[in-house]
Design a protein around this ligand. Sequence first.
Ligand SMILES: Cc1cc2nc3c(=O)[nH]c(=O)nc-3n(C[C@H](O)[C@H](O)[C@H](O)COP(=O)(O)O)c2cc1C
Length: 412
Amino acid sequence: MTLVLNTLESSDCSEQIKKILAGKDEEIEIINTADLKITHCMGCNMCWLKTPGVCAIKDDYEIILQKIVKAENLWVVTDTKFGFVDYRGKRVLDRIVPMLNMYIEFRDGWERHQLRYHPLNFGVIYKGNGNRELLEKWSIRVARNMAGKSLGVIALDAPQTNANGNVAKTAMGTATETATETAAPHPQHIVIFNGSPRIKKNSNTNKIIQAFTEGLESAGITHELYSLSNHTEWDEARDAFMTNDNIIIALPLFVECLPSLLLEFLSTLPTERKQPAKLSFILHSGFDEGHQLRLGEKFLQTLPSQLGCTCGGVLVKGGSFLLRMRDNNYIKKVTDKILASYTKMGHSFALNGNFSTPEARKFTGPEKNPKIGVLLFNLIFKRIVKKNFERIANEWGCTRPLNDKPYLTQQR
Ligand SMILES: Cc1cc2nc3c(=O)[nH]c(=O)nc-3n(C[C@H](O)[C@H](O)[C@H](O)COP(=O)(O)O)c2cc1C
């Protein structure tokens, strides 16, 4: 079965979608998500550790999840913004996490979460000025996470061209150009945004920001912080974004790119700035392999010019999921080291004004786990990690196995 999630707001293009997919599958179901209530994934982890496979958000996504469980192929029809899928398209993907379970394994040579059900193929049908190369790479990465293959990327309409026949530029800069990083003067005051949808007290990004700003403070730099998980801060946050000249957005990788919540915030910003600003990023992720963050990094590098800013670079590091578990003594020790390294990078940013230094590039660590690391994981650590996840689930009051398949049980 092929499931199509049409996230376009205005038009019902069911006939057009059917034409595009004609001959690809006999059974195609199209769901228009504009008619449904679907909110952003808030990263609460309940679907992995408390009610395995069941999302804590009680909105219309549960119907979709039950259909995805029956599907072999998943297409998302989406508008584009900043050259990538818009927040509505990304939102239905961020919510797909219950299709995986918490257990970790190496699949096709990379760290992955185990499938809760079966492999899923994935493709994108997009409208507007999408950066095709970026979308193709993203589709491949998403499909691989689900142990499936990419169904490809299809433009719903011809790219918008100007009078000369060139692809139209977005409001500011093009969605495909990567900004050159600027050697900026030393900052005095920095506005920092936590782009995670997870509430501040549970957010790993927040812990990273706390450590980073200790480094800024040690060099006499002041800062102010806005957490996008708190919607009531958005008006003030927008104002701070538009009126400050040194901005850092810190964010977790969510389904291979930016969280849908952050995409929504960015798409609500005015397109023209009164004065220039430098925009830098701290991008971190659950898995520790640097390579897993590179697509997100590439996309972030295109954002400053589209928001009327220069680019101060992207600080990239994986392995942050452990920060959530700092009440365990051993994990606290390990993560103290991680946080201390962010404090060092804060001091370095205060001195250099950007993340373009060799030190910042080295900060990512290995792109891929060495073969010996994979072997040791499979022989020893896999079981220890599994036990630890089960211990946490137990503490969270979980009564089901972590690899439970709730929607299959219901079908039987
Ligand atoms: C919906 C969702 C999607 C995620 N996708 C990825 C991913 O594609 N790759 C990865 O390495 N980690 C992924 N993570 C893990 C987060 O990047 C990581 O746990 C991070 O530390 C969360 O930071 P926060 O607590 O500030 O949200 C994902 C987490 C969630 C909740």
